[in-house]
Design a protein. Structure first.
Length: 132
């Protein structure tokens, strides 16, 4: 059972050559995972391939979850069919526990598991601030 993905954009335009492709300006969206976690996402630009079940978010991508996790990167590919978000660029993940930085990642929305690549660096919070 999958909740629908709600996607809005300041402007949406079909690609002249492929009507399955929609070019988005300032896309933002919301998804509720099976474990009832709310996921919100934002970016400057986007490309939706409705036939392929792929949403690409481009420039200043931010993904926030209702449990306090934030993911910031420059672009991602979101595959609706397997609920996987992935990217190849620098990524910062932060939450109540600390900050994690890497280059390239995959994030499974259903299991809430994030895999960071590129020699990730973890900084954990303690009650005195950040520890490394």
């Amino acid at each position: 059972y999958n909740e629908p993905i709600i996607l809005e954009a300041f402007q949406a335009e079909k690609d002249a050559e492929n009507s399955d492709i929609i070019i988005l300006e300032e896309p933002k969206g919301h998804y509720k995972s099976s474990n009832k976690k709310n996921i919100y996402f934002y970016s400057i630009k986007g490309v939706l391939n409705s036939n392929g079940g792929i949403l690409e978010l481009i420039e200043s991508v931010k993904i926030k979850s209702s449990d306090g996790m934030n993911l910031i990167t420059s672009n991602i590919i979101y595959n609706f069919k397997n609920n996987l978000i992935s990217g190849q660029e620098q990524v910062t993940v932060d939450g109540k526990w600390g900050i994690l930085k890497g280059k390239g990642f995959s994030y499974n929305l259903e299991s809430s598991i994030i895999n960071l690549k590129g020699r990730p660096k973890l900084s954990l919070y303690n009650n005195k601030g950040i520890t490394k």
